[in-house]
Design a binder for this molecule. Structure first.
Ligand code: AR6
Length: 184
């Protein structure tokens, strides 16, 4: 079982193994797709437990702001519906195409833009899944390095939010995050 806690700047950082939909945080981040209409993995779990209100809000965001779909790297926010989390930040990771198609910078944008939205909304605790490393095929070690480095730079610069939790679904992924974070 993994339970790593450390401080970056003024932000408490925590690695946990588990289901992100169990997190009691101000905002959890959903690894969505550009339709914002749901899917499998994290997205499936978030909509299942969040309930129909989430889907309705996502449809409104599509109609109002992103009729062609939310581009990869962007982030939008809804309520948390029936989740413990107060809000859900929906971001779309890059689909892995071998690494030479700008995947790294798009993945970094997902983490940065999600944190920007959280701060703008005054949210103090944010939980992230490992974006893009499931259905979208991003290699876990590369993705974990980007996730951790991008969040570290952001929170050290901004001094917010108060806490960030990285929620890993498998022991293996959790081990990768732990190894990287301990060498940072
Ligand atoms: N809590 C935490 N992590 C989870 C959970 C959970 N409940 N479920 C899966 N993971 P994925 P992606 C892990 O596929 O790669 C969806 O269909 C999973 O093991 O959820 O960004 C969307 O609609 C993996 O390590 O997201 C999109 O179409 C990580 O979360 C597409 O998948 C991300 O896996 C997005 O693909």
């Amino acid at each position: 079982m993994l339970n790593v806690r450390l401080i970056w700047g003024r932000t408490a950082v925590h690695l946990v193994k588990g289901d992100i939909t169990d997190q009691d945080v101000d905002a959890l981040v959903n690894a969505a797709n550009s339709t914002l209409l749901g899917g499998g993995g994290v997205d499936g779990a978030v909509h299942r437990r969040g309930g129909p209100k989430l889907l309705e809000e996502c449809k409104l965001i599509r109609q109002r702001d992103w009729p062609l779909g939310l581009p990869s790297g962007e982030a939008v926010i809804t309520s948390g519906g029936n989740l413990k989390a107060k809000r859900v930040i929906h971001t779309v990771g890059p689909i892995w195409r071998g690494g030479n198609s700008g995947e790294a910078s798009v993945l970094a944008s997902c983490y940065r833009n999600s944190l920007k939205v959280a701060i703008k909304e005054g949210l103090r605790s944010v939980a992230f899944p490992s974006i893009s490393t499931g259905a979208f095929g991003y290699p876990i070690k590369d993705a974990a390095r980007i996730a951790l480095q991008t969040v570290k730079e952001f929170v050290e610069r901004e001094g917010r939010p108060e806490s960030v939790v990285f929620v890993l679904f498998s022991e293996e992924d959790a081990g990768v995050y732990r190894d990287i974070i301990s060498s940072m």
